[in-house]
Ligand binder design. Sequence first.
Ligand code: FES
Length: 171
Amino acid sequence: TPEKRLPSKGDVLVYADPAKNGAPVALADIKEGQVVYAFPKGKVNGTDVVKNGVTRNQLIIAKFPPSQLKAPTNLAATDQGIVVYSRQCMHLGCAVEVKPYPSKGLQEAAVCPCHGGVYDLTQGAKVVDGPPPAPIAQLPIKVVGGQVVAQDTFLSLPYDITESEFATQKK
Ligand code: FES
């Protein structure tokens, strides 16, 4: 179904919050220390679709002072300190939540409520605690006309999709 399609180039990130009725995320709401959850919205077969049908398309929009973003973050896929990731945990697929994780010195980490996986959003979402086998997938974005716009699909295989399905959908 269209709602399950991967994010793709040109998709605008819209609020996940149902109260916002699918409006594009405003830059003024993307602040350091305060994340916004979003979905990609874009054309599938000529029709605009909010791609909210799978957990991997739930997105974290975070913002850091650009100097805090470090490898293996793909810095070319960030803009003005804004970095975007899938919320879906790479262990067993729960949706991570962004919160402080003081035991690793992180003011904002992606923390999985299921088995305690923790990802460092300033370092390519590398795993800093718990069982996840890989970082959550980064989505390349740019700020265009005051909106956050996907430049491609996820940079790595997100959870719960096969390599071949990923490759097919990417086309
Ligand atoms: Fe996230 Fe297990 S599903 S740590």
